[in-house]
Design a protein around this ligand. Structure first.
Ligand code: DGL
Length: 265
């Protein structure tokens, strides 16, 4: 069986695991989270650049996937190229869905919700220049919403007010009143899609993320293995030691993972 390794700083990449499982059910989807270094959205570019290529290479050597998916906008918009340079398997990145959002907006104004790291990236400027030069793009970086997604997925009951407060700055400026499409440019956000939808004003007609596009891209790149050899079950690799393993285990179990290992890198 083919194996795909999906990587994020925390639980966000599990939204991408769902998309891949739906689109290519005959594939083993392993997961890796750099829980010991979470959250990426508040780390400096230098810190992330120093860590990501080495970490991704080590995870690939351990899990031996056919394809590596960087299921994190914050990491992909900074380090995708440097990871690709040092590994010898296809690497699929996750980048903000600016292009499809720009294609479907009726008002000519889209919103981008991401981590503070992604919001300030040159990569985002380039996407805007390439695909959204003819429309207005309003950006809002929020580390608070990432934190809320982690807590929600772990089963904590959170009030809608908390989501409303984290999202409201996207709409508070004059141009915010025209946003009809919101790009969920962080893989944590599809996990709290309902709460985000409720927090958006009624004139927002669509939330858009990159999950399905990534599932399709992985499907295109996979060279299907016909082998009937039994492969080991899907596994999870976590940084940050035993404490993180204990904290993550119940969530991972809900997503069907029971083999969870800690890695020391
Ligand atoms: N899930 C990550 C993303 O897509 C970010 C979470 C974090 O701040 O670590 O950008």
């Amino acid at each position: 069986m083919n194996r795909v390794l999906v990587f994020d700083s925390g639980v966000g990449g599990l939204s991408i695991v769902n998309s891949i499982r739906e689109q290519i059910p005959d594939t083993i989807v392993d997961y890796a989270a750099d829980a010991g270094f979470f959250p990426y959205g508040l780390k400096s570019d230098e810190e992330l650049q120093a860590r990501l290529p080495k970490l991704c290479k080590a995870l690939i050597e351990k899990a031996k996937p056919d394809i590596f998916v960087m299921a994190c906008n914050t990491a992909s918009t900074l380090s995708l190229a440097s990871v690709r340079e040092i590994v010898d398997i296809p690497v699929v990145g996750t980048v903000p869905a600016i292009k499809p959002a720009a294609e479907i907006t009726q008002t000519g104004t889209i919103g981008v919700l991401a981590t503070p790291g992604t919001i300030r990236r040159q990569y985002l400027d380039d996407l805007e220049r390439q695909f959204a030069a003819h429309i207005k793009v309003v950006r809002h970086g929020t580390a608070g919403l990432v934190e809320l997604a982690e807590r929600h997925v772990r089963g904590e009951i959170l009030s809608q007010d908390m989501f409303d407060n984290a999202i409201s700055p996207l709409f508070s400026g004059a141009e915010g009143q025209n946003i009809d499409v919101v790009v969920l440019a962080c893989t944590h956000f599809p996990l709290i899609r309902d709460q985000i939808q409720k927090a958006c004003p009624a004139y927002v007609t669509k939330l858009i993320d990159s999950g399905d596009a990534i599932g399709r891209q992985v499907g295109r790149l996979l060279v299907r293995e016909k082998s009937s050899k039994k492969s080991p079950d899907a596994c999870v690799l976590l940084t940050g030691g035993r404490a993180n393993r204990d904290a993550y285990f119940p969530v991972l179990e809900k997503f069907g993972y029971t083999r969870v290992e800690t890695v020391d890198l």
